[in-house]
Design a protein around this ligand. Structure first.
Ligand code: SF4
Length: 336
């Protein structure tokens, strides 16, 4: 990994649950429950997991849209929780977030030109013809043309709207961008164009990404490292290829088993996940995955497994992770 740009340590986000006659706090939703992760400069950490696992909350914490209840996030050597006033004003343009839902993240009354210009005006970075030139150049850079500048969101396709959102995110020349399901609502062919654009922009502007998705194939394409989240915790994290070739956590193995493989010479171990994801209000004791895990043993409901290094740069939170070290998910269909 390159030098870290963003480091998260022991990050927790607890949302209070109100109840009773007086609306007192009767418990907490553990949306993120003790996450440690690092993203190297110019690299992409992909976060994957089922809906409600806490990945979007973690994305918001990474750009200080939310402060963690516990733990801290470092942007290089700056603790985000302590960045306020002038230091936050200087730091804020360096981190941006792109959301899945372009309909709600774009103002229907603003043209493409005003939308892309807005962040620059907010931080007072550019004015007049310099502002127009920057907006026009960004619009072209994301694959739109100058005719788009006068259009409103309802006059654009889903892919064009996402390009506008990306141009707006890049306007302040950020170093770090959180991409939260940026292609989930797009057709497959448009998805591919947007993903290629994001990779191209990453190379051109030396961007660092936190890429959030429920789609393992998309995460594989985009990421240098992958973290798999389950009920608020990272249960496995490694470089991308090892995690897809030989996942060490049963949850990752189950997610991968659900993806179709285009190569007829390969087959996968059959693995079907039972039950639903338990509630983050009252996670199961021990290993949170134990009610759904085909490999669960007595210890799994009693003792919570720690996220630990099993092989170099490959960590998993499973009592029995070692047994999967020599078990690739894909095997030759003729037994070879
Ligand atoms: Fe399954 Fe037990 Fe490993 Fe949890 S610790 S993933 S329940 S085998």
């Amino acid at each position: 990994m390159t030098k870290p740009l963003l480091t998260m340590r022991h990050v927790r986000e607890l949302f209070p649950i109100s109840g009773g006659f007086f609306g007192r706090t009767v418990g907490y939703t553990r949306a993120v429950d003790g996450v440690d992760a690092t993203i190297g400069k110019g690299q992409t950490l992909g976060l994957v997991g089922e809906s409600g696992c806490g990945k979007s909350t973690l994305g918001r914490i990474a750009v200080k849209l939310l402060d963690p209840t516990e733990g801290f996030v470092m942007f290089e050597d700056i603790d985000l929780s302590k960045a306020e006033g002038a230091s936050w004003k200087e730091l804020r343009p360096q981190m941006q977030m792109v959301f899945q839902d372009t309909q709600s993240s774009l103002d229907p009354r603003m043209t493409v030109e005003s939308t892309v210009a807005e962040p620059l005006q907010l931080v007072g970075m550019k004015r007049g013809s310099e502002l127009y030139e920057t907006v026009a150049s960004l619009t072209l850079r994301v694959g739109l043309n100058l005719d788009h500048l006068n259009r409103y969101p309802h006059e654009l396709s889903g892919g064009e709207r996402q390009r506008v959102v990306i141009a707006r995110a890049l306007a302040t020349n950020p170093r770090f961008v959180v991409l939260d399901e940026p292609t989930a609502s797009l057709d497959v062919s448009v998805q591919a164009h947007i993903l290629n654009l994001l990779k191209d922009l990453q190379r051109a502007f030396s961007l660092t990404y936190l890429f959030i998705s429920h789609d393992l194939s998309v995460v594989r394409f985009m990421s240098d490292d992958v973290g798999v989240m389950y009920l608020g915790k990272i249960v496995e994290i490694a470089r991308t290829e090892p995690i897809y070739a030989t996942p060490l956590h049963p949850y990752t193995r189950a997610l991968l088993a659900a993806i179709p493989i285009p190569d007829p010479t390969l087959r996968k171990q059959r693995l079907v996940l039972g039950g639903d994801v338990p509630s983050a209000d009252s996670p199961p004791p021990g290993c949170r995955f134990h009610p759904r895990c085909p490999w669960a043993a007595a210890i799994c409901s009693e003792e919570e497994p720690k996220l630990r290094g099993i092989i170099t740069e490959h960590r998993a939170a499973c009592h029995f992770a070692e047994q999967f070290k020599d078990q690739p998910v894909y095997v030759s269909s003729n037994g070879g």
